[in-house]
Design a binder for this molecule. Sequence first.
Ligand code: NAP
Length: 261
Amino acid sequence: MNSPGCVVAVTGASSGIGFAAARAFSREGAQLAVAARRRDRLDALVKEIEVSRGKALAVEADVSVEADVHRFVDETVTMYGRIDVMINNAGLGIRGRVEETPPADFERLMKTNFMGTVYGCQAALKHMRVRNEGVILNVSSIVGHRALPGGSAYGASKAAQISLTEALRVELQGTGILVMSVHPIATQTEFSAVALKESGGRTGAPVGPVQTAEQVAEAMVRAVRRPRPEVHPYPMARGLVALNAIFPSLVDRWAGRARKS
Ligand SMILES: NC(=O)c1ccc[n+]([C@@H]2O[C@H](COP(=O)([O-])OP(=O)(O)OC[C@H]3O[C@@H](n4cnc5c(N)ncnc54)[C@H](OP(=O)(O)O)[C@@H]3O)[C@@H](O)[C@H]2O)c1
């Protein structure tokens, strides 16, 4: 999996974490396949990778459409002959308290963030199962472990990704296919601007420390080298997960205060 030329497919590579991940894996010598809806952004990324003597394939795809995701992975395998690493990263946030968030927004986040990941896992497994080899990274979020007020729809979609990943990881025990979930904290990307636009004026800005997309991407590269069930690009976030498991009411109080300040 660490050999140069390993084939890495990334969804949501037109910006932010996916973009940084494509660049980081390419620097490691991987051959890339990248997907998103904004074709111009993907083409620019492919050009950049090719200028630095890398190899990349761009596929315009909407991850909420099952056929698009299968087409992306199938085209990857047609071009490179295999897929070694699948990164299900495409996603968005929509903010709002439970009572004010339209059901359609809950559905949209589940369709993109969760079903997009389901489609990506199934599409990759179809090919990885042939050799029983591969790595799947599902980009969830720290809020998949502990949701915050104003982020219920998003947090639920990210928690669903974690459940999917946990079950799949155990289902594949004994094969050479490894499945990990990635839990970034607030990350400097276009995520907040998109969330603001999609939330119809409803608020709920992220709280706590902030990291860069490059830090998340480097953590993913390290995880492919040394696999582990859960990837925390901001290591201290593990503390929040543990604290929430033992003292959820304490985290409730902190989260309530942080949101008001
Ligand atoms: N930024 C954070 O604070 C943060 C924290 C924790 C986890 N995450 C997770 O990290 C992942 C990447 O987010 P980001 O922070 O890098 O945000 P971003 O800069 O807004 O990037 C989101 C990416 O997802 C793609 N995307 C969105 N909807 C899509 C769809 N229906 N089909 C295909 N592609 C789609 C976008 O491409 P197009 O618009 O071109 O399709 C874009 O490439 C998401 O899953 C997010 O939940 C982010």
